[in-house]
Design a protein around this ligand. Structure first.
Ligand code: FE2
Length: 374
C-alpha cells in the first residue's frame, strides 16, 4: 500500500491555483513549430510577439484550439536563457503556467511554504489592460508561472498582437487533461511531497495506484492534483524493469527532468485520431495481440465505440470501477526521444491508463512467442 502524504494547511482562496492557463515551449525555430502545430494538430495561431512588435531577443506564437493554449518561443540571439535551454534540452516545455486570482497572494503563500521563487510579482501592461505575473521553479529547468489576467482584454498577454490567419480546420482537441513530468531516479517522492506540502496539492488516488504494472513498465508514477482537481500532474521516475526505462531514456536525452507528455482531450477519439493521422501526426501502434486480449481485460465493461474502429486507429482502452478511458500516444514530436502528446477521451474513468502498460507488454510477448523469438 502506498502511504498518503500528510497534506499541508489549505491555501486560502485568493492564492488558489485555478487551472492551467497555457504551456510555453522554448524551441529552436518557433515559426516552423507553429506551422507544425497548426497543420498537424489543428491549432490556430491567434497572437504573436517578436521583432515586429518591439521584442529584440525572442519571437513567440500563441497556438489555440478550444481551451488549449500552447506558446512557442524561440531566441533571436545566440545566447541567453532561451538559446541555452534549447542547446541543453532540445525543444521542450519551459513553463506550465497556472492561472490565479491574486498573483501576490499566491506567490507569497507558495514561497512561505518553501517554493523556489524565480520571478517576483510584476505588472505587464499595454493598451488592452494589465496582467500580474510571477514564477516558481520546479523540477529541472521547468517553471510554473502564476498569472492573473482578469484585467486584460487583448489577444493574449501585453505585448502580443492578434494574428489574422486563414481559418484552420480544428483537430477536435478540447482541453489539457494532464501534464506529466519525468524526474530522476528516486526523486519522485520528494516532488510528490513538494506538490503536496508547497502547492497544497493531494495525491490523486486512482486505479493506477494499485501499481500492477511496475515490473513491466520500468517506471513509477504518482499523480498529484490541485484541491479542486482542475490541475492534474502525474510525476514519473525511472525504475528497474524488464525493459530499459523509457523515463531513463528521456532523462538522458533531455539532460535532466522535464515535461514528458501533455494529454489533450477529445469528445470523439476515433474521429480525432483519424483526422490527425490524415494530417501526418505519427502515433504509436499497439501490436495486434493487444486487441485479442482486450475483450478479456474488459470483462463485462461495454464500450460505446466499435472494437473494429479502435483497432483500426490503434486506440488503447483502460478501465476501472467507474468506467473506461480511450487513449493513444504520439511518437515523440522532437528528434530527441523526449516530448510527446496523448489524446484521451474519458468515459467515466478518472485514471491515467496505467493498465495499458502491462497489456502492451503482454501483447508484445504474445507476438514474440508466436514467432518463437522469446
Ligand atoms: Fe498521460
Amino acid at each position: 500500500m502506498i502511504q498518503q502524504s500528510p497534506n499541508a494547511a489549505p491555501i486560502d482562496e485568493a492564492a488558489e491555483l485555478l487551472g492551467i492557463d497555457h504551456v510555453e515551449f522554448w524551441v529552436g525555430n518557433a515559426k516552423q513549430a507553429a506551422f507544425y502545430y497548426q497543420h498537424a494538430f489543428g491549432f490556430q495561431c491567434v497572437a504573436y510577439a517578436g521583432p515586429e512588435t518591439g521584442l529584440k531577443d525572442r519571437a513567440s506564437y500563441v497556438m489555440r484550439q478550444n481551451d488549449i493554449q500552447l506558446v512557442l518561443t524561440t531566441s533571436l540571439l545566440p545566447d541567453g536563457p532561451i538559446a541555452d535551454h534549447v542547446r541543453l534540452h532540445g525543444d521542450g516545455v519551459r513553463d506550465v503556467v497556472f492561472r490565479v486570482r491574486d498573483v501576490d497572494a499566491a506567490y507569497a503563500a507558495l514561497v512561505a511554504r518553501g517554493a523556489n521563487g524565480v520571478t517576483e510579482p510584476a505588472t505587464q501592461e499595454d493598451a488592452h489592460g494589465q496582467v500580474r505575473r510571477a514564477a516558481i521553479a520546479i523540477y529541472g529547468d521547468t517553471i510554473h508561472s502564476l498569472i492573473a489576467r482578469d484585467d486584460y482584454a487583448g489577444a493574449f498577454l501585453p505585448g502580443f498582437v492578434a494574428r489574422e490567419v486563414p481559418k484552420t480546420i480544428p483537430g477536435g482537441l478540447g482541453r489539457i487533461d494532464h501534464v506529466v513530468g519525468n524526474v530522476g531516479w528516486n526523486e519522485m517522492d520528494q516532488w510528490v511531497e513538494h506538490y503536496t506540502n508547497v502547492f497544497g496539492f493531494h495525491r490523486f488516488v486512482s486505479f493506477d495506484d494499485s501499481d500492477i504494472s511496475t515490473e513491466f513498465t520500468a517506471l513509477r508514477s504518482v499523480v498529484v492534483a490541485s484541491p479542486k482537481e482542475t490541475i492534474k500532474l502525474p510525476i514519473n521516475e525511472p525504475a528497474e524493469g524488464k525493459k530499459r526505462s523509457q523515463i531513463e531514456e528521456y532523462i538522458d536525452y533531455y539532460r535532466g527532468p522535464g515535461v514528458q507528455h501533455i494529454a489533450l482531450t477529445t469528445a470523439d477519439i476515433v474521429a480525432t485520431v483519424a483526422e490527425l493521422k490524415g494530417r501526418g501526426v505519427l502515433f504509436l501502434d499497439p501490436p495486434a495481440a493487444y486487441y485479442e486480449q482486450l475483450a478479456l481485460r474488459l470483462g463485462d465493461m461495454k464500450l460505446l465505440e466499435s472494437m473494429e474502429a479502435l483497432k483500426e486507429q490503434g486506440i488503447l482502452v483502460d478501465h476501472d470501477e467507474k468506467g473506461y478511458l480511450l487513449q493513444i500516444f504520439t511518437k515523440p514530436v522532437t528528434d530527441r526521444p523526449t516530448l510527446f502528446f496523448e489524446v484521451i477521451q474519458r468515459r467515466g474513468s478518472d485514471s491515467f491508463g496505467k493498465g495499458n502498460f502491462k497489456a502492451l507488454f503482454e501483447a508484445i510477448e504474445a507476438e514474440q512467442a508466436r514467432r518463437n523469438t522469446l
